[in-house]
Design a protein. Structure first.
Lengths: 480, 371
């Protein structure tokens, strides 16, 4: 048997080193494992300090022994390459393995083993684990806020309907594909607004806004039959006339009284809340901030100095201030600038403020995409005789937007993560509801469960969004 | 056309504001800043109580905002760089661990994290009387972190010694560079620098008459069940929760910037550097990092700005920052919405512009000098 140099493991004594090293490593891991899962201390007889570090030392020596280059054993080579390249890496790997082993039992016991799921009162929560009963009891509040229990089907119905209408794009045939943009940019937001207004809020069926929509749709349909010579004047005059006619002559007061749907009670926006409010706010801000941001991105590159400076001022202002002060402004300062008898709902003010704020970020992202396009694209489009709008709509924006998908996704993610800030104006979405529930005298002391619950929900939403944006990016990636 | 529209819109808003203020009996003006504020602030870096002016309250809030931003930026940068480099590690476990950290912390709203640390995690800390000492000198309790205060004698001499050490290091670095350029000799600059920065202050202790003593916080009983620590420096739990969550959250973004920066350097650069005989450390220091920094700095600046702006979330856990002290309490008391909100926004705007100007200057300094 050749002499073995223990300070320098090499291939000639492969088996000796392999068995010795694996054994030491295994002992080290086993010690930590027993200690953390069964509270056994194998090395208790050693002095405290040594006992504490022994697994690390054993594991380190073990890994040192099995660090043999080109051993010929595939698994060993893989292992060395991935977690055991040098002494420093070996120690870090060991530490991470030990941290994982150490942290599994307390997390498991808090989440599942010692947690209480059953029951519907605080009395069942006597264990050391989490009290999921608390979440169960407060679930409706976390999801719907102060919305009356009996009316919550309205929120569910609206969300399901909107989700179905939103997925139309997946089932559209090629023939309708070219109308999809129009659908998503113009029609879908309108439908969404109507759903929210009629169902969730329970607003009157006949109101100024619906006259406007009816007038617009009617005039567009009739507009198809008007010769193009008169179209401009037609659209200048007819929609407004129709609106006035509808409002003051056709649907007069008695008819409005008759036409009111009885079933839906008015639920004011102050009572909305929970996760559904998070969705509503994110949805509308997402829809509004994109076109506004695009307009300002184009404005910042406009040839007119005034438009350019207004755009720069707008973008830099919103980007320079925190959202919380913007919401403060919308709550206390904005009403001062409006006529005294003019009242805008709290939620609407909030949505406007967040949309403008995020629009500035979207504008900068889109500007990045516009700047990344080579000059040749602009010149080629112009040489084909395209005007400013045609050039941007058909040539520049499709390419620029494709480039900035990750940036826009990040902005939208930031938007979703910013929605809890609306607590400033007194609207309580899920985090706000958690803070409210936490102060309920019957349910004191379960803050941790609530925050973990909300964190999981937000994490799933944001992670799904980021993965989706990654897929989108891959899908629209074109070789340039 | 556009000009007229803009003027009309502004005129409309101004007119409305005037009418509204007349109706409510408020007059416009910044005179209230010198009035007595008559409210108290929990935690302030400068001397402040109710008898001071609103302007003083504004300063207190501003300083608290800057304090938490600076702490957050420092911790977030250190953590972010470590995690960013760890994500590029060939070690599978480290790599995944860093990735897990980044994905976990950046997908949870910051406000939720602040609430979690403040209301859930820090509330689980022991009461002052039950707290165990960390290293025998610091106490982490539910009422905050108590650390010893430094008490200096002849602090200015110590300060001068550090300044002298820094000047000496700069001179030596300059000389070493010159020496290397002219004669090709290398000097162990790092060792000399470390030596200088330790030895010069040490000398000031030995012969300069500098004395340093610690004031360790001591437990004091106020009532039968109420205890408090006296002496030392106390950091309120609001500050700890805020700084912790801000830096943990921002560090994930900085880590991604660092990773993108280092990945942005072509493999050829590293290979070329290795082929002319540079050691791996030299490759990182002389070739990769100078180029990577150019990619890293602009997005990192944005993250610093975000951190500063996000520090305004302090209002949610009652850390007395600018928003809480000024746009909260002072606004409630005076009712001067337009003035106070505009001052607050203008302050944040100036802070943002200051940080971005500084980082632009730094970015220009390290940018490629194109001929």
């Amino acid at each position: 048997m050749p002499k073995i140099n223990f300070l320098k493991p090499d291939k000639s004594n492969l088996n000796t080193f392999l068995y010795l090293g694996s054994f030491l490593f295994f002992i080290g891991v086993l010690d930590v494992f027993l200690n953390s899962f069964f509270s056994l201390n194998l090395t208790g007889f050693l002095p405290g300090f040594l006992s504490y570090f022994l697994p690390l030392i054993l594991g380190f020596v073990g890994l040192y022994f099995i660090r043999i280059e080109l051993s010929g054993i595939k698994q060993l080579d893989q292992l060395n390459k991935h977690i055991n390249t040098n002494n420093f890496n070996a120690i870090l790997s060991l530490l991470i393995i030990f941290i994982i082993i150490k942290s599994i039992p307390p997390i498991l016991s808090w989440f599942f083993v010692d947690a209480s799921f059953a029951g519907d009162s605080k009395d069942v929560c006597t264990g050391t684990g989490a009290c999921w009963t608390y979440i169960k009891v407060w679930m409706r509040r976390f999801m719907y806020g102060m919305y009356p229990n009996g009316e919550q089907w309205r929120i569910n119905l609206s969300f399901i309907a909107l989700a179905l209408l939103g997925s139309v794009g997946y089932f559209a045939t090629d023939k309708f594909k070219k109308y999809l943009t129009l659908y998503y940019v113009v029609i879908y937001p309108f439908i969404a607004f109507l759903f929210i207004f009629f169902f969730i809020s329970g607003g009157p069926v006949f109101f100024d806004f619906s006259y406007g929509i009816i007038a617009a749709i009617l005039s567009i349909i009739i507009g198809f039959f008007i010769p193009s010579k008169f179209k401009f004047y037609y659209f200048l005059i007819v929609p407004f006339t129709l609106y006035v006619l509808l409002k003051y002559f056709i649907f007069y007061e008695e008819l409005i009284e008759l036409g009111k749907l009885d079933g839906l009670n008015w639920v004011e926006t102050g009572a909305w809340g929970g996760l559904s409010l998070t969705f509503i706010i994110s949805f509308f801000c997402l829809i509004f901030c994109f076109p506004i941001g695009m307009a300002f991105a184009l404005g910042r590159r406009s040839g007119f100095p005034l438009i350019r400076y207004i755009s720069i001022g707008f973008i830099e202002f919103w980007r320079g201030v925190p959202l919380i002060t913007v919401l403060f402004m919308s709550a206390v300062m904005f009403p001062m600038f409006l006529p005294a008898d003019f009242f805008i709902d709290k939620l609407v003010r909030c949505i406007i403020a967040i949309s403008l704020f995020e629009a500035a970020y979207v504008a900068e992202v889109i500007r990045g995409g516009l700047q990344a396009l080579p000059r040749g694209q602009y010149e080629a489009a112009k040489s084909l005789g395209m005007g400013y709008w045609r050039m941007h709509i058909f040539v520049i924006l499709p390419q620029a937007l494709k480039l900035v998908i990750p940036g826009i996704a990040n902005t939208f993610l930031a938007l979703v993560k910013d929605t809890p800030l609306i607590f400033v104006v007194g609207l309580l979405e899920i985090v706000g509801m958690l803070n409210l529930a936490k102060t309920n005298p019957e349910w004191l002391g379960f803050a941790m469960e609530g925050y973990v619950f909300a964190a999981i929900i937000f994490w799933i939403i944001c992670y799904a969004m980021s993965k989706y944006s990654y897929n989108l990016e891959q899908k629209y990636k074109t070789d340039r | 056309m556009t000009v007229i529209a803009v003027v009309l819109v502004f005129g409309f808003f101004t007119y409305n504001a005037q009418v509204n203020m007349e109706n409510r009996g408020i007059d416009f003006g910044y005179g209230f800043l010198s009035q007595e504020s008559s409210f108290d602030v929990q935690f302030s870096l400068i001397e402040y109580d109710g008898s001071h002016s609103y302007f003083r309250a504004y300063l207190v809030g501003l300083l608290n905002t800057i304090l938490v931003s600076v702490i957050g930026i420092i911790i977030a940068t250190i953590l972010g760089v470590i995690v960013g480099i760890a994500r590029l590690s060939p070690n599978y476990l480290i790599n995944k661990f860093a990735a897990f950290y980044v994905e976990f912390f950046r997908n949870i709203p910051l406000l939720l994290q602040i609430f979690f640390w403040y209301f859930a995690a820090l509330r689980a800390l022991p009461l002052p009387q039950d707290a165990e000492a960390m290293f025998g000198i610091a106490f982490l309790t539910i009422k905050g972190l108590y650390v010893p205060a430094f008490i200096w004698q002849n602090f200015n001499i110590f300060f001068y010694s550090i300044v002298a050490a820094i000047i000496a290091i700069i001179v030596i670095r300059y000389q070493a560079k010159k020496l290397q350029e002219t004669q090709g000799k290398q000097t162990p600059v790092l060792l000399i620098s470390i030596g200088l920065i330790f030895i010069l202050p040490l000398i000031s202790f030995l012969i300069g008459g500098v004395r340093l003593s610690f004031e360790v916080p001591v437990l004091k009983q106020l009532a039968t069940t109420s205890f408090i620590y006296e002496g030392g420096v106390s950091l309120p739990p609001e500050l700890i929760a805020l700084a912790l969550s801000l830096s943990l959250y921002t560090a994930t973004f900085i880590a991604e910037c660092v990773r993108a920066g280092i990945q942005g350097i072509g493999k050829g650069q590293k290979e070329a550097a290795a082929s002319i005989g540079l050691t791996p450390n030299q490759v990182l220091k002389l070739v990769v990092m100078p180029q990577a920094l150019r990619i890293i700095i602009p997005p990192t600046t944005n993250q610093y700005l975000n951190l500063t702006k996000n520090s305004s979330l302090a209002a949610a856990i009652a850390y007395p920052d600018l928003v809480l002290v000024f746009a909260g309490t002072a606004l409630m008391q005076t009712g001067k919405a337009i003035e106070i909100v505009s001052i607050t926004m203008f302050t944040y705007l100036s802070l943002s512009i200051a940080i971005s100007l500084f980082m632009n200057w730094y970015n220009n300094k390290i940018a490629i000098q194109e001929k």
